[in-house]
Write a protein that binds this ligand. Structure first.
Ligand code: HEM
Length: 527
C-alpha cells in the first residue's frame, strides 16, 4: 500500500496532470465548481428601488411634511411607484400604483402580513393585544378570524344593530331640524362626530357616553386624546438612540396617563356588564332571544367565560379589541360623511341626482329610508365610492412589514422593510382614472369597481389578510345617514356662497378630515 502511495506521489503529479485530456476535464470541473460556489453566495448586486437622497440620521423624514400622502405622491412622481425611503434608520417602501399594491397585498400578501412595531400602539393597546396592530401569527389569526369576523363584525351581528343605527339617524335628523329653526345653520362636522361616537358606544359598550349622559364628556375627551396619540410618531421608533426625547418632552408620561385612564374606564364598563349579566342570570332573563341585544362587551365576556373559540381570551385582549373598534370605527366613518357632504355641496348636479334617486325610492307612507331600500340606490353608492376615491379616510392605510426578503417588480426588498401604501395617490392615478381630480360619481355606474379590496385602484379599506373587517359595519351606517340627509333636506352653503368657494383644506393626523368644520343651511323638504 505504501508503495502504491509513493508511486502516486511521484508519477501522478507529473505525467498524469500533464496529460492534455485530463487537464481539459479538470479545468471544466474547476469552472463548474466555481460557478456553483459563486451561485450559493449571497448576491452582492442588490437591486434596490429608487430612493430620493437622504440626510444623515433622519434619512427622508424631513421630506414627509405635514401632509405625508401629498409629499409622498410628489416624490413618487419623480422616483416611481415603488420607492425606498428611510425613516431614520427604518427602510420604508412606499407603494403608489395599483399594480405595485396588488403585488404587496395579493401576490406576496403573506410576506407583507406583519405590522411594524410602534411604541405608541404598544402602550395604548395593551402590548399589541388588539387586532389591528398585533404581529402576524397565531394570536392575530384567532383574534381576527374567529373573534372579529365571526362574532363581532359578521353580517348577522351588523344587522342586529339596525335598530341602533335607525334610532341614532332619527335623532340626528331631529337635531338638524332644531338647528335650522334656531340658528339657520348646521355644523355638520359636529353632528357626524356625535352620531358615529354614539353608534359605536351603543354597539360596543351598550350605551352612550356623550355629553349629558353620565361620564360622557370625560370619555369623549379621553377618546379624543387616545386618537390623537395614535397619530403621533415617537421619534425613538425611527431613531432608537433618541428614544429618550419622548421621556423628556412629556410624550411618554402623557401616553401612560391616557392609557391608565382608558384602562380605568374600560374596567368600569366590564364590571358593569358582569354585574348586569349576573343579575340577569339570577332573574332567569338569559335566553337565546337576547342574542340580538348583545353589545360587543357582552359578546366578548361570553366568549371568554364559555371558552367559545377554543383558546383563553385575556381581559386585556377584550379591552384592546374594544379600543380597536373605537380607533378604527369612529373617526373613519365620520370623515367619509363629512367629505361626501362637502363634495355634494360643491357639485349641485350630483346633489340633485342623488336626492331624486333617494326621494324616488323611499316613497312609502312614512317616507322613511330603510336599510332595505339602500340596495336600490346605485347613484348614492357611486357618490360614496367617489368620496372614498378622492378622500380615503386613512390615506396611507395602516403600515405593513415584510417578514422575509422578496423580489418586487425586479427590485430586491429586504426582510424587515416597513411598507406604506399611498391609497390616496392610487385613487388619483391618471393611469387608472380619467380626470382623476374631478368628483364624478357617474364613473362608478358603468364599472364593477368596488371598495372591498379586490380592485387595487380603489383600496380605502386595504386588501388581503390584513384588510379591514369593518367594511359592512362602516358602509351600512354611511349609506343610511347620507340617504336620510339628502332625502329630508335641501342643502346650501351659508351666505349663499358657491360650492366652489368651500375651503377644502385637510387636517393633519392618521385620519384626514376637513381642517375647518363643514357648516351648511338645511331646509326641510317634507314640511
Ligand atoms: C370608513 C371606515 C373605515 C375605513 C376607511 C377603514 C380602513 C382600514 C384600513 C385601511 C385598515 C388596514 C388594512 C390593511 O392593512 O390592508 C383597517 C384595518 C382594520 N379595521 Fe378598518 N376601516 C374602517 C372602519 C372600521 C370599522 C367600523 C371597524 C370595526 C368596527 C374597523 C376595524 C378594523 C380592524 C380591527 C382592522 C385591523 C385588521 C388587521 O390588522 O387584520 N374598521 N381598516
Amino acid at each position: 500500500m505504501s508503495n502504491f502511495l509513493q508511486f502516486l506521489g511521484q508519477h501522478v503529479t507529473t505525467s498524469f496532470f500533464l496529460n492534455p485530456f485530463v487537464l481539459a476535464i479538470l479545468s471544466a470541473i474547476f469552472i463548474l465548481l466555481m460557478f456553483k460556489w459563486s451561485s450559493t453566495l449571497p448576491s452582492t448586486k442588490h437591486n434596490s428601488p429608487p430612493s430620493p437622497s437622504k440626510l444623515p440620521i433622519i434619512g427622508n423624514l424631513h421630506q414627509l411634511g405635514l401632509q405625508p400622502h401629498r409629499s409622498l405622491r410628489f416624490l413618487a412622481q419623480r422616483h416611481g411607484p415603488l420607492m425606498l425611503l428611510h425613516f431614520g434608520s427604518v427602510p420604508t417602501l412606499v407603494v403608489s400604483s395599483a399594480d405595485a399594491a396588488r403585488e404587496i397585498m395579493k401576490t406576496h400578501d403573506l410576506i407583507f402580513a406583519n405590522r411594524p412595531k410602534s411604541s405608541m400602539f404598544e402602550k395604548l393597546l395593551y402590548n399589541y393585544k388588539d387586532v389591528s396592530m398585533a404581529p402576524y401569527g397565531e394570536y392575530w389569526r384567532q383574534m381576527k378570524s374567529v373573534l372579529c369576523v365571526l362574532h363581532l363584525l359578521s353580517n348577522k351581528r351588523v344587522k342586529s344593530f339596525r335598530g341602533v343605527r335607525e334610532e341614532e339617524t332619527t335623532l340626528m335628523i331631529q337635531k338638524i331640524k332644531q338647528s335650522c329653526y334656531s340658528s339657520g345653520t348646521v355644523n355638520l362636522s359636529e353632528v357626524f362626530a356625535k352620531l358615529t361616537n354614539d353608534v359605536v358606544c351603543r354597539v360596543s359598550l351598550g350605551r352612550k357616553y356623550s355629553g349629558g349622559e353620565e361620564g360622557g364628556s370625560k370619555f369623549k375627551e379621553l377618546l379624543g386624546d387616545f386618537v390623537e396619540l395614535l397619530g403621533i410618531i415617537s421619534v425613538g421608533d425611527y431613531i432608537p438612540w433618541l428614544a429618550w426625547v419622548s421621556r423628556v418632552n412629556g410624550l411618554d408620561a402623557r401616553t401612560e396617563k391616557v392609557a391608565t385612564r382608558l384602562d380605568n374606564f374600560l374596567e368600569g364598563v366590564l364590571e358593569e356588564h358582569t354585574n348586569f349579566q349576573k343579575k340577569a342570570r339570577s332573574d332567569g332573563h338569559v335566553s337565546p332571544e337576547n342574542e340580538d341585544q348583545k353589545d360587543f362587551v357582552d359578546v366578548l365576556l361570553w366568549i371568554q367565560k364559555e371558552n367559545v373559540i377554543g383558546f383563553p381570551v385575556e381581559r386585556a385582549s377584550i379591552k384592546a379589541v374594544i379600543l380597536d373598534v373605537f380607533a378604527a370605527g369612529t373617526d373613519t366613518v365620520y370623515t367619509v360623511l363629512e367629505w361626501a357632504m362637502t363634495e355634494l355641496l360643491r357639485h349641485p348636479n350630483a346633489m340633485e341626482k342623488v336626492q331624486n334617486e333617494v326621494r324616488g325610492i323611499s316613497t312609502g307612507k312614512e317616507r322613511e329610508v330603510t336599510e332595505d331600500d339602500l340596495n336600490k340606490m346605485h347613484y348614492l353608492k357611486a357618490v360614496i365610492k367617489e368620496t372614498f376615491r378622492l378622500h380615503p379616510p386613512i390615506p396611507l392605510l395602516v403600515p405593513r412589514e415584510s417578514t422575509q426578503s422578496v423580489k418586487l417588480q425586479g427590485y430586491d426588498i429586504a426582510a424587515g422593510t416597513q411598507v406604506i401604501v399611498n391609497a390616496w395617490a392610487i385613487g388619483r392615478d391618471p393611469t387608472s382614472w380619467d380626470e382623476p381630480e374631478e368628483f364624478h360619481p357617474e364613473r362608478f355606474l358603468t364599472t364593477s369597481i368596488d371598495v372591498k379590496g379586490h380592485d387595487f385602484e380603489l383600496i380605502p379599506f386595504g386588501a388581503g389578510r390584513r384588510s379591514c373587517p369593518g367594511i359592512p359595519f362602516a358602509l351600512t351606517i354611511i349609506e343610511l345617514v347620507l340617504a336620510n340627509l339628502v332625502q329630508k333636506f335641501d342643502w346650501a352653503l351659508p351666505n349663499e356662497a358657491s360650492g366652489q368657494d368651500l375651503d377644502m383644506s385637510e387636517s393633519i393626523g392618521l385620519t384626514i378630515h376637513r381642517k375647518f368644520p363643514l357648516t351648511a343651511v338645511a331646509t326641510p323638504y317634507f314640511d
